[in-house]
Structure formats: C-alpha cells, structure tokens
Design a protein around this ligand. Structure first.
Ligand code: NAD
Length: 518
C-alpha cells in the first residue's frame, strides 16, 4: 500500500522520460517494487542515440569549459537548492522505483545535495591552474593547468540511482566536462528528475544526456565513445569495462561489489551495537555496495548481541509507504528476490541456521523479504564469499580482535568495513589492519559514505580509482604542463657549451639538495 497519493504522477513520468535520448518508439515497462505493477513505460535508446548524445555533448562541453569555475559554481549551487526544494518529489520517485523506505530514500537525496555542494565549492581550489617549481630556476618558469577530458560516460546501477549518479555526474560537470549517462531502467525516473533540477538551474540540456536500454547495446556503445568512463556496478561487468577502456586507452573509475565485514568487539553495549548492525546490514535491504554482509562478533558478547539483533529485526516494520513509516523496505526487483532466495536455500541445504527472518513476504508486496541473519555459515556456501547484495547477513563468533581481522580480510573484496568498540585506540589499530577502501567506527557505512570530501572506492576486486574528494574531481581532467624560458640564461646545446656548463649544473643540483628544494 502506498498510503498517500504520490506527488509523482503518470503525466510527470511522461514529461521526465521525454528527456531520454531515444529516437525510436520502443519502450520498456518498468515495474514498481511496492506492487509489482507497471509504473511507467521508459523510452529505449539505441547505439545510434548514444553516438548522437555524445556528439551533442561534445559541442556543449566546449562552451561549458570556457564558462569557467565561477559560472559553473553558480549553476551547481542553484541546483543544490533545487534538489532540497524538490525533495518530496525526489523521495517519491526513489521509493517508487526502488521499494526502499522514505528514510533510506532521504539518505540518497541528502547525499546528492552534499556531493553537489562539495564539488561546486571545491572545484576551483582543486582544479585551478597553478605555478610549479621549475626544474632549472631562472632558466624556465613552469605552470600547470587541468584540461577537462571532454565527455564522461557515466554508467550507474539501479540500487542507489540518485546519489550514485550525483557522485559521478556532478564532479564531471564541476570539472568542465559533459556527461552522457546510461541509467539502469529501474532508476531512470529518479535520475531524470535529478537532471531536471540541474537543467532548471542552468546546465545546458545537451551537457548532461541520459540514455537507457539494454546494456549490451547502449552500455557498450557508451564505453566505445566516451573520453572517460565512470562505472558503478558488479565486479563482473567492471572487468569488461576495464578491458574495453584499456584497449581504447581511456581512463575509467570502477566502483564495484563488496562483501563487507563488521567487527563487534568485546567491550560494546550489545543492544546498541545490535541496533546499528541491523541498519548497517539491512538499510535498503542490503542492496547497497557498502552494506554489511558479514558480522564477526567476539564470543564474550555474542549471546546478548545475538539476542538484541534478533529482537530488533523482529520488531522492525517492513513497508514501502510514501512517508516516514517503515524501518525496512522491499527488494528492488524479481531478480533480486530470486538471488536472495537462492543464496538462502543453498546455505540452509548445506547446514546454516536461520537466526531471524528467512521468509518471503508477498503479503506486503511481491518482492518483500524479511531481513535474515544466518549462523553456521561455512566456506562451501554461496553466502560465505559471494556478494548476496540483499537481505542476508551471516554471523560468525570469533575469539578476539586478531581473529576477527584475519577473518574480515579473508575475502576477494575490499570495499567497506566497520568496527564497533568503545575503545578509540583499538578501533584505530583495527582500522589500520583492515583491507578495505573505507572503515567506519561505530557506524556501518554512513560515516565514510557521507564524507564526500574524502575519497571513496575499493581495493582488491572492489574497484579501481576513487570517487568523491579531490580524487573524484581529478578523474575528469588531464594535467597539462606549460613551461617557458625566461631568457635570462641559456642552457647548453653544443658539445662546447656542455663542456663549460656541466660543472655549474652539477653544483646547482648539489645546492638545491642542500637547501632541500625538490
Ligand atoms: P551490473 O554490473 O549488472 O550493472 C550496472 C550497470 O551497468 C547497469 O546500468 C547495466 O545496464 C550496465 N551494464 C551491464 N553490462 C554492461 C556492459 N557490458 N557495458 C556497459 N554497461 C553495462 O550491476 P547491478 O546488478 O546493476 O548493480 C549491483 C552491483 O553494483 C553490486 O555488485 C554492487 O555491489 C555494485 N555497486 C557498487 C557500488 C560502489 O560504489 N562500489 C555502488 C553501487 C552498486
């Protein structure tokens, strides 16, 4: 039940989807997870539409790059305000497309605003031209500047469509690039409404184009055309994108999967730790790259922690009402339900125990599934090492901090990790030892995820490159060094000149080292 009339309506869907670059008449029926019914018909782009969008974006980018940092900052800050003003609409769309709760949809909208503010206010400091120390003082002066790469191809998944789009699109725009984005069909409406806020704030229409449709045609065409590729999705697809980008010698940032571990140390308040663990694992029903799927709890606090976790999840309310009502929402698609059920059946058949949850809830909506915690998980089960990406977390008992760290690091993935403890010292030591791109202390993922001034990304099979922070902006530019002679001194060119000047130059090198000049 949706509970109250959504702001979003079929007429609005039509206006938003008119913005998809799609020249044909073909559409895709996109269902809503709250009922399984068709939400809207999404136009389908073709490879030709992608090429057309890239060509138009290339032209628009020239003027956008020339407009300069101050103008781009003005436009992006206006978009920031529109995101906040239009939040009720954005929340409706995110919920209707993903099945998540309003609270979890709000995390997305808040993140999109934060990313926009950060990049608007930071781009000039990070990407402005600057003087650099010359290799031969008094002979040369050297400056560097950053040239926007051109058209960034942004490929995003369905799970956090709005905020993941913002995390790649906004820094690209702030850096002076254009964007052609391939949105997953299940998240396209949210992205189109977000884009509208930017267009209404002054971003030229062609500068941010959205294409949709089959990955094999549309995603591949974009990977063939873009000057840089930002990919968020599974490790398997990330590997294909990296191969293609490698062949074309264009850069790519790859934000991939995770099998994120939470370490619960022996000094926690078990009830508080359990409440936070439940959110860390099941916010958006585990369909977030940085969600927790493995919980390593010290055996000294295991019994009360386990009791509190079961209690907290049993009491939690499931639903998809368009208001701040439920604690956890639905899985997003039928395929997600299938995957979760397959992982659970495999684990139970091989001897795992369901501590809490484990049930499909068609009474609430077609793809609702109870947040599920397993114990007795062994390496032969899929849930042990494979990313489930939905509704299942495994609980393991450990005999101390070292054992917990070793177990957490025994994964091919390295995206996010969390430590729950009252000791700042132990938390820091463990954070240093964990193999992950982010570590959160006494929180599952929101500390690092919301810190958009700090880099985000994975190690091992979880990705390459970083989004957010300075690194997130630097992805979209090529540094260019411009050096000129001062005319005060002439460097040697002929053998005779070298004979007389080599000694002086060696002396210069020694002096520079002595005065610690790099
Ligand atoms: P996916 O790899 O199947 O698809 C992601 C996007 O890539 C979709 O838009 C899809 O249409 C497109 N795509 C698929 N094949 C392509 C190809 N050959 N060329 C170009 N584009 C192609 O992933 P998914 O199932 O949609 O998303 C879930 C995965 O994403 C999980 O593994 C999750 O961990 C990961 N993820 C990672 C992050 C992160 O920041 N690290 C964030 C969210 C999701």
């Amino acid at each position: 039940m949706l509970m109250r009339a959504a702001i979003a309506s079929p007429a609005l869907f039509q206006r938003l989807t008119d913005d998809v670059v799609a020249s044909g008449d073909e559409t895709t029926a996109v269902p809503t997870p709250s009922t399984g019914e068709v939400l809207h018909e999404l136009p389908r782009s073709s490879a030709d539409d992608v090429r057309e969008a890239v060509a138009r974006a290339r032209l628009a980018q020239l003027a956008w790059a020339r407009a300069g940092f101050a103008e781009r900052r003005r436009v992006l800050l206006a978009a920031h305000d529109l995101i906040l003003e239009r939040r009720e609409l954005l929340l409706d769309l995110v919920q209707l497309e993903s099945g998540k709760t309003r609270g979890q949809a709000f995390e997305e909208v808040f993140q999109a605003a934060g990313v926009t503010r950060y990049n608007a206010l930071t781009a000039r400091r990070v990407l402005g031209g600057r003087r650099k120390r010359s290799g031969l003082p008094t002979v040369f002066t050297t400056r560097m500047r950053f040239r926007p790469k051109g058209v960034a191809g942004v490929i995003t998944p369905w799970n956090w469509a709005l905020s993941l789009a913002a995390m790649d699109v906004v820094p690209a725009l702030a850096a002076g690039c254009a964007v052609v984005q391939k949105a997953d069909d299940q998240g396209a409406l949210s992205i189109l409404a977000l884009r509208r806020a930017f267009i209404d704030a002054g971003v030229p229409e062609a500068l941010w184009a959205v294409v949709t449709g089959p990955a094999a045609e549309v995603g591949e065409a974009l990977t063939d055309e873009a000057d840089y590729i930002c990919f968020t999705g599974s490790t398997a697809t990330g590997r294909k994108i990296a191969e293609k980008a490698g062949r074309r010698l264009v850069g790519a940032s790859l934000e991939l999967g995770g099998k994120n571990a939470l370490l619960v140390l022996d000094d926690v308040d078990p009830a508080q730790a359990a409440e936070s663990a439940a959110h860390a694992a099941f916010s958006t029903m585990g369909q977030l790259c940085v969600s927790i799927e493995r919980i390593y709890v010290d055996q000294k606090v295991a019994a009360p922690f386990q009791r509190a976790l079961i209690g907290s999840l049993r009491e939690a309310k499931l639903g998809s009402a368009l208001e701040y009502d439920a604690d956890f929402g639905s899985l997003a698609t039928a395929a997600q339900l299938e995957r979760v059920e397959a992982h659970l059946a495999d684990a139970v058949a091989k001897g795992a125990t369901v501590l809490v949850g484990g049930r499909h809830r068609p009474d609430l909506g077609p793809w609702f599934f109870e947040p599920t915690v397993l114990t007795g998980v062994t390496p032969d089960m899929k849930v042990y090492a494979e990313e489930t990406f939905g509704a299942i977390a495994s609980l393991y008992l450990v005999g101390g901090d070292d054992e917990a760290v070793l177990a957490a690091n025994a994964s091919d993935y390295g995206l996010n990790a969390a430590v729950f403890t009252r000791s700042a010292g132990r938390a820091r030591r463990i954070a240093d030892a964990l193999e992950a791109g982010s570590v959160n202390i006494n929180e599952g993922y929101r500390g690092s995820f919301s810190s958009v001034a700090a880099p985000m990304g994975g190690i091992k099979q979880s990705g390459l490159g970083r989004r957010n922070g300075e690194a997130g902006l630097l992805r979209f530019v090529d540094p260019v060094t411009v050096s000129s002679t001062t005319g005060l001194l002439q460097l040697p060119r002929t053998a005779a000149e070298y004979t007389t000047k080599v000694g002086l130059m060696v002396l210069l090198a020694r002096v520079l080292k002595a005065i610690r000049r790099a």
